[in-house]
Write a protein of this length. Sequence first.
Length: 318
Amino acid sequence: MKTITILIPAYNEEAVIDKMYEKLDSVCGGLSQHTFEFLFVNDGSTDRTLEQIKAFKKKDSRVQYVDLSRNFGKETAMLAGFDYAKGDALIIIDADLQQPPETFAEMIHWWEEGYDDVYAVRKEREGETWLKKWTSDMYYRVLQKVAKVKVYPQAGDFRLLDKKCVAALTQLREHERYTKGMYGWIGFKKKEISYIAEARAAGETKWKLSALMNLALNGITSYSTMPLRIWSIIGFIISMFAFVYLTIEIIRTMIFGTSVAGYPSLIAGILFLGGIQLISLGIIGEYLGRVFVETKERPVYFIQEYSEKELKKEMDVQ
Ligand code: UDP
Ligand code: MG
């Protein structure tokens, strides 16, 4: 019998995790064709999440957990899950019941048909403001234009991955992670299905605005150098204008003599160019900062504890 790992990253989810476990238990209990592993990754929760997971583990041998040494963020928590998953396939699901476990059956069906990456696209988004929807729409439109890989806008991390996709993803060990882009980058046979997203069952969203902004920037900077190139193009255009203007000014001075007027245009020109130079420096800085982080070659995360004592890896750190 094939084993399927359900990967649940959880950060301060004490309000929903019991419900989540019950739901997993009832849905997976009904799928008797496969055995399951429920792999919880505790991403440095400061509440009772870990104790709750340990309680599930006591009564249910399907439960495993990886406890990270601190909060590393969802993207890194998922990497830890990929490293420790033992199944022939892996399904990633949020701890907050926004994604219905009932979709598992359909995912598994397509996996058995030979697809390696069955990703679920959300049809409706309940409990989200129009501003969040609009900014996310715009973001994906820009990302699609500049990135070299295909990123499926409505497809999140809710998906089934064959173990070869998981093995591929564990080899992408960058710190500033944008997993959504990685799914497209690694390739393999993909199949789209859909689901209706629910509002969070309880608790609050764990993504702060700053974390979302960082993720959005990671998406663009990891898959495109377009933002760097744009400045060469703008610089070239401005230089062309400057050259034409200079030629006109020289000829005019030769014919009509000098005039000292032009203070406003001088200031406007200096401020405009100064602004553009700062923006372009900032963008170079964004890339440089990421190069800096990666060149340290630190492990992406550390673990405090893994539920199976003899560790899958030789070392207990990654
Ligand atoms: N999460 C995590 N580490 C974090 C933030 C979030 O493991 O630093 C988990 C969280 O517990 C949940 C999933 O990532 O299982 C999605 O988070 P959330 O529901 O808060 O995000 P949203 O659905 O609002 O995008
Ligand atoms: Mg959520």
